[in-house]
Design a protein around this ligand. Sequence first.
Ligand code: GLN
Length: 580
Amino acid sequence: MVRKSRRAKSVSTTKSTTKAMKQKFIFVTGGVVSSIGKGLTAASLGSLLEARGVKVTIMKMDPYINVDPGTMSPFQHGEVYVTEDGAETDLDLGHYERFTSAVMTRSNSVSTGQIYDAVIQRERRGDYLGGTVQVIPHVTDEIKARAYEAAQGSEVVIVEIGGTVGDIEAQPFFEAIRQLRSEVGMENSILVHVTYVPYIAAAGELKSKPTQHSVKELRMIGLQPDFLVCRAEKPIDEALKKKIALFCSVQPEHVIAAQDSRTIYEVPLALHREGLDDRVVKRLSLDTDKPDLKGWQHLVKVLHHPERTVRIAVVGKYVDLKESYKSLHEALVHGGVANHAKLEITYVDSEKLTEKNAAQALSDAHGILVPGGFGTRGVDGKLASIKYAREKQVPYFGICFGMQLAAIEFARNVCGIRDATSREFVGDGGRGNLVIDFMEEQRTITNKGGTMRLGAYPCDIQKGSKVEQVYKATRISERHRHRYEFNNKYKALFEKKGMQATGVCKERDLVEIVELPDHPWFVAVQFHPEFKSKPLAPHPLFTQFVKASLQRQKVLAGVEKRTAKGSGVLAESAKKEARA
Ligand code: GLN
């Protein structure tokens, strides 16, 4: 499949402007501090409008200079979220897709890097001949054109601006939305400012001053918010709402309290209780029904009252930063919901795991997952955990790197290929048994940004396999983000020794899924199913992995029951035996 060039393309401003006039715009900005939930506010507002029958899309404007987050470390930026059309984007796009049915594409994600890239390309082509290229109007025009482009086909477009008001890099974006608001008419646009109202324990009070300051900052650049979503640890009472309203020139009923909640999936319901969607549709003169929130209500009920708990170990190297495995974490939670189970997810540091301590470290886990990853650090620990899962019949789910390593572990320990490895570990000149090797088109690629195999590709599933039961289909489509692949040279040997390639991309002859038919649940996939799981539509692979883990839990409980009848020492050793 030929992909659209990832380099920023220029969008004709005037043409898109007239076309997009019928859309309503909701801008979401942030104040006081970052990480207060602008993305979740945008996504939740999107879900509420959708629940009222409004066709919504959401876009993110990121002020950093990188063209996209694809080359940023997960330590710095969190997860890189991949869209159907292969854009590497900010993790907020994951929230947008999980909370709404809007399909994200590369036009839903814009960065300063892309904007400047497009403007500079145009300048080199000579499109501005004779003119001086400036932030206003050239850069701001390009930003507006992107917003109009993303808005096509929707009634409402929610535009989230990354960072916090006052950030130097974000200035052109704020200026662009100031212009855009007057272009589309103030009656067709809303500015929702998400702010933080800190609780000062010494005074025993919530403080509104930082919110006042950030609104002042907005006003200085010509932007007046219509709504304030105030994030706080404690409830915000009416008196404080009135005070904030007065100081910030916002209607008191447009001051929305967003108190910390137990799960992110409560946010749409909480914002609805505060009247956010009611007032937004009124302010935008949208004629809608009352929202149907039954799905969200059921979800929250299950999350708060699970029938059982199951333990999953995720073995990776970004254990301190849950943001790095955002979609994966959420997809596991969804799989739990589908089984009415709460998941205790433990992130196990692969750098600390060895073949010797794996049994001990993972003995409590009812399921083991090795997620996507890059580089050699922590690989031995991941291989040890896969070996443990394979040998001890613990459900195993390998994703991308977790699939490649499952193949290497199998080659080394079952097929007897002791030096089995991946091209990623040995480099271009590396020799030996490269069970995982370059994809053909990757051999000549030198640029790092946007050059992996990215986005959705089809996969054919073998009849009678475990994954056929999972998907209940023989042709699926999943999203990818990788440079290396399973080396078909080893396929026949693997199948003879008991690892089946049950999913293949026929068009390219690439192995996409391997499984062990003689194991309770050992499935490893080259793609990233976590990007397509939604709380109201859990991905079947996660649902079935959790189900298999619950089964494992039952087996262990059975052993414990039987051994409990025996004498203390004997019972303990029998339990250990079952686990280790
Ligand atoms: N590092 C591996 C590759 O590039 C796997 C990538 C991933 O897990 N996303 O193929």
